[in-house]
Design a protein around this ligand. Structure first.
Ligand SMILES: NC(=O)c1ccc[n+]([C@@H]2O[C@H](COP(=O)([O-])OP(=O)(O)OC[C@H]3O[C@@H](n4cnc5c(N)ncnc54)[C@H](OP(=O)(O)O)[C@@H]3O)[C@@H](O)[C@H]2O)c1
Length: 259
């Protein structure tokens, strides 16, 4: 067996179908691109049509099979519709990546019910309901990969965690519960934990050069993250190679969390 054949057997996603929420921007887009380039047929889910179309155009330009679903994961109806529409494109997915997320940052005392509800819907309820929609089918077929994107705030208070940190902490727990339920049937559930990554999500923070430099200094690598830093870990967690890795938080943060 050549090295190429060995790597293909271990990591190739040929024949797999992936659904990536938030796949039109930032970390989700980089993950969708990585999964597609590793051979998966990928459906990206988000609201904005323009960014979805641009993503699909880019992926098909790489010779990949990709499609998009425009849906609002901010409501239960939207989440359910997204699940059905995503499965209708290439069939039931083998890989589910929950990267869609919002970070509203009012001070703790100003967090009202609307902020709580909006955050919990996109960051927690969508991963839960999509997991319930796709997880049992994955278990029946004997293979599945669920990858959530959480945050440092799932593990520690950090730059105004607020309700965002609550949603991400619960998402870590959701991964463990899903892992407990479905790992005996070949379905792993894990989380990717970013540090500070320069994406549209944190434009406000990113516009303060002092803050950006201070956060980079807190890593061991000496720089903030790029969305592309998630490509390798995502392919690993989506592939057959990671079958014995489940219920874990995989930190892709340049050492920020252990510095
Ligand atoms: N960037 C960081 O430093 C960082 C750090 C820790 C964790 N994270 C986590 O990483 C994930 C990705 O973040 P990012 O930085 O890549 O953010 P981003 O560039 O802002 O991308 C967010 C994605 O989620 C989609 N989305 C947001 N609200 C949605 C809704 N209601 N319905 C459907 N789709 C929705 C967006 O598309 P539309 O707006 O078009 O819907 C977009 O595709 C998030 O879960 C975030 O919490 C990021």
């Amino acid at each position: 067996m050549s090295a190429q054949e060995y790597l293909t057997a271990m990591f190739s996603l040929e024949g797999r179908v992936a659904v990536v929420t938030g796949g039109s921007s930032g970390i989700g887009r980089a993950i969708a691109t990585a999964l597609a380039r590793a051979g998966a047929r990928v459906v990206v889910v988000a609201r904005g049509r323009e960014a979805l179309d641009a993503t699909v155009t880019e992926l098909t330009g790489f010779g990949c099979e990709a499609a998009s679903v425009s849906a609002d994961l901010g409501s239960r109806e939207g989440i359910r519709a997204a699940g059905e529409a995503a499965a209708a494109v290439f069939g039931e997915p083998d890989i589910l990546v929950n990267s869609a997320g919002i970070n509203l940052r009012p001070p703790m005392g100003d967090i009202d019910e609307a902020v709580w509800d909006a955050t919990m819907a996109v960051n927690l309820e969508a991963p839960f309901l999509l997991g319930r929609r796709f997880g049992p089918g994955m278990a029946e077929r004997g293979f599945g990969r669920i990858i959530h994107v959480t945050s440092q705030q799932a593990h520690r208070a950090f730059v105004q965690s607020g309700v965002y940190g609550v949603s991400k902490g619960a998402l870590e727990s959701l991964a463990r519960s899903q892992a407990e339920a479905w790992s005996p049937h070949g379905v792993t559930a894990n989380t990717l934990v970013p540090g500070f990554v320069l994406t549209p999500l944190n434009e406000r923070l990113a516009s303060d050069p002092e803050q950006v430099a201070a956060l980079a200094a807190r890593t061991m690598v000496g720089r903030n993250g790029f969305a592309e830093d998630f490509a390798g870990a995502a392919v690993f967690l989506a592939s057959g190679a990671s079958g014995y890795v489940t219920g874990q938080a995989v930190f892709v943060d340049g050492g920020l969390s252990v510095h």
